[in-house]
Design a binder for this molecule. Sequence first.
Ligand code: GLN
Length: 282
Amino acid sequence: MLGKAGVDSPEVEAERLVMHVLHCQRADLYAAPERSLDQRQRKRFARLLARRLTREPLQYILGEVDFMGLTLSVSPAVLIPRPETETLVERALEFCRHTFAAGTPLRCLDVGTGCGNIAAALATYLPHSVVVAVDCSSAALAVARANLGRLRLGQQVRLVHADLREQDFLQKVGCAFSLVMANLPYVPAPALQALAPEVKDHEPLLALDGGPDGLDLYRVLIPLLPQLLSVGGAFFAEIGEGQGQEMRRLLARAGLVDIAVLPDLAGKERVVFARKGREEAQ
Ligand code: GLN
């Protein structure tokens, strides 16, 4: 049924729904293959399946997702964290390991935090650092707040309601960050219609629509980087295929150095890196 509805891995997803209904792990299903659903469980499964048949994302139905080993709640108020964003965070963590002595207290900024996945991963894997996590959506911030609370990271991450496009942005978030991370909306508006139904019909447009070429919000953020970053501090941003060249241009124009475009696991350009060099210190 799921296969006919256009779902990519119907068996895996059906299994996940059964596990959800039975509150069990995958191994439990195979340890007791004769086990069947009782009537209540069958009804519940049918309800969840009906939702998935409308191409509602599995993660919204289950209500949670795994991101870098952390379990995070998600709702339609936030974009579902993608495996590609793990590449973004891994690159940033690698940079920090190579650049700063272990245990150095860093100040990190996550612009457009959504469900708080990047902020939670930074706080977890850089336990001596503090993170400022910003979003312009208060509904998203409520999801992030719940996630950080559940992961006991509330002390380490400060959530800020601010809009990059407003005058008071810098004042609200602060400056002198060693690390600025951003997974801003970057889907070019003309490409929105071609996205999978799970994405275009269910995920928040606010977190996807990046304007005519997808880079509208990066065009607002990048000129602020010399103020947001400390000298030597790094910027890591997620982008889509074909956006590397324009990002390089924007970053160079803002005076950043060591600009690089890095691929994701599928070999597509996905991560943009740049640093604030010494010369901007004056
Ligand atoms: N990676 C998302 C997608 O494929 C886009 C995320 C974003 O715009 N930040 O739809």
